[in-house]
Design a protein around this ligand. Structure first.
Ligand code: CAA
Length: 249
């Protein structure tokens, strides 16, 4: 179904999953803005490359772990594209290590970037969505938030927290036609996953995936496009797994 031209903001929109979400949503007719992290020195090159491929993205610097940075980033996007209709909280990091080796710095980094970010970003757009009576908030969690993962006490805790946030906020904004959902991808072929030592990936992870392969970023983007659509208006507070059968709830 064609939709009115909506604006989407994808955090971490230049990353492994984020770039595919951004391009697929642009293909679907959205105006797309992306955030990139302050350390990203390749952002102008990325924007230029994307222009070459026919994509006109607004890209803004944003540390999703810092609420003031989020406020500045959203203000900049809104000044260029107008109100944000769809927020995809996609930015995330890993700092994998066994709990024995984990220190507070690596615990905090993951909790702040993967969980505090939901408060920091959503705070900037939720009131506008409820006032306009339409909005979509899509939070990217992980299979490892549902089932746990060896070496990921920090990441699994943050990703489990994502869905608690989703459910509570979904209740609060439902009457204003704002939906809030979680998606929980499994192991997708992005650099976050290909950074896992190959022997661990081959011996411990791939054998757990009934489909016998990594997921494709396009498959995740397709789910996000569905959740952002008019047809998904009745889906809220859900946690949709997309993991090749690795974990069934
Ligand atoms: N399950 C069971 N045992 C495991 C295991 C696993 N997934 N991973 C490692 N082990 C075992 C090893 O086989 C090894 O056993 P032995 O001592 O008997 O040989 C022991 O644990 C220690 O393993 P390492 O030598 O690898 O220990 P390390 O400290 O060097 O590394 C680690 C530990 C960093 C956790 C490393 O194993 C690792 O990177 N694992 C992958 C973690 C993972 O799955 N991350 C997901 C990233 S992708 C993502 O997060 C996206 C998403 O949302 C899905």
């Amino acid at each position: 179904m064609p939709h009115p031209k909506r604006t989407v903001l994808v955090t971490g929109g230049m990353g492994g999953l984020g770039e595919t979400i951004s391009t697929k949503m642009a293909d679907d007719g959205y105006q797309v803005a992306v955030t990139y992290s302050p350390g990203n020195t390749k952002h102008s090159q990325w924007v230029t490359e994307m222009k070459g491929r026919g994509y006109d993205f607004v890209a803004v610097e944003c540390d999703v772990a810092d609420i003031d940075s989020c406020a500045r980033a959203v203000a900049e996007v809104e000044s260029k594209l107008g109100p944000i209709d769809v927020l995809v909280n996609n930015a995330g990091i890993t700092r994998d290590m066994t709990f024995k080796k984990m220190d507070k710095v690596n615990w905090d980094a993951v909790l702040r970037t993967n969980l505090d970010s939901l408060f920091n970003m959503t705070k900037q757009v939720a009131d506008g969505m409820t006032e306009r009576g339409w909005g979509r908030i899509i939070n990217v969690s992980s299979v490892n938030g549902s089932k746990g993962a060896f070496g990921q006490t920090n990441y699994s805790a943050a990703k489990a927290g994502v869905h608690g946030f989703t459910k509570a906020l979904a209740l609060e904004v439902a009457r204003k036609n704002v939906t809030v959902n979680t998606i929980s991808p499994g192991y997708i072929g992005t650099k976050m996953v290909t950074a896992i030592p190959k022997d661990i990936l081959d011996s411990k992870i791939l054998p757990q995936i009934p489909l016998g392969r990594l997921g494709k970023p396009e498959e995740v983007a397709g789910l996000i496009i569905y959740l952002a659509s008019e047809e998904a208006a009745f889906v809220t507070g859900a946690n949709i797994a997309i993991n090749g059968g690795q974990h069934m709830q």
